[in-house]
Unconditional design. Structure first.
Length: 259
């Protein structure tokens, strides 16, 4: 069965997340399925990351399986012509028949944008925080998240007894770009709402209401659940990597906010 690897960008503001949910909700996967079906007939599409409602992507990856084949460039153009303005296929390429966007992924990279000023244009893509934030303290706290840790405290979901709470974080960094504070995290996988809860805690570190030294205590299996959860608007699935691939882009905004 012909298989394609799609790299996709989308603005998640109007959608109930990535994953198709029947005909009851507007989802990114649902729109892609409908468009691809018009081009190829019966298809199967699966994504590397199940982004939540309101979360964006600049580098989501999906596999597309179909009963008939077409040149990747033509496929991309035909599907894009049928998609709404806020979903766009950046690249389409032939992939091995057994390629699976989620199971074969080795790392997922998320970027979060905090704005230090009110913006007339970027509201759907940032979390505007009025308080003065200490970005250097946030960066020191973020660095403590790298490694293999138990992130039970950083999810709202009641985890099953046999469900893994351990996540291997390759790196977590914080930087400043004009009026934005950026947080980027790369990890093997994530618990539900984990990234947004990490951002919420780092924002409190920036405010001075949470100590940098408290981070290791929050990574204990018996730590209480973290309460602050950053809004979805500032979160982007920036990239997905596979065996043999690396991610080494500079830490820069996806949607800039300048003075």
């Amino acid at each position: 069965m012909p298989t394609f690897k799609l790299t996709i960008e989308y603005e998640g503001t109007r959608y109930s997340g990535w994953q198709a949910q029947g005909n009851t909700q507007k989802t990114v996967q649902g729109h892609l399925l409908r468009a691809a079906t018009q081009v190829l007939g019966e298809v199967d599409i699966g994504g590397a990351g199940r982004t939540d409602a309101g979360v964006h992507a600049s580098g989501q990856v999906a596999h597309l399986r179909a009963r008939k084949t077409v040149e990747p460039l033509i496929l991309m153009r035909k599907i894009n012509d049928l998609l709404p303005h806020d979903i766009h296929i950046l690249r389409a390429e032939k992939a091995p028949d057994r390629f699976h966007a989620r199971h074969d992924a080795t790392s997922r990279v998320y970027l979060y944008q905090i704005s230090r000023r009110r913006s007339a244009f970027a509201k759907p893509f940032v979390w505007w925080i009025k308080d003065k934030l200490d970005s250097k303290a946030m960066a020191r706290a973020a660095a403590q998240l790298a490694g293999r840790h138990d992130f039970t405290a950083f999810t709202d979901k009641r985890l099953d007894e046999n469900e893994s709470r351990i996540v291997v974080v390759e790196r977590c960094e914080v930087g400043v770009a004009d009026d934005l504070i950026l947080m980027r995290i790369a990890a093997s996988h994530y618990l539900w709402k984990m990234v947004r809860k990490l951002v919420g805690v780092l924002a409190d570190v920036g405010r001075g209401t949470v100590r940098e030294q408290a981070i290791p205590e929050m990574l204990r299996p018996d730590a209480p659940l973290v309460q602050p959860t950053a809004p979805p608007s500032g979160l982007f699935l920036e990239a997905v990597t596979y065996k043999g691939e690396t991610f080494d882009r500079p830490l820069v905004p996806i949607v800039p906010v300048k003075s």
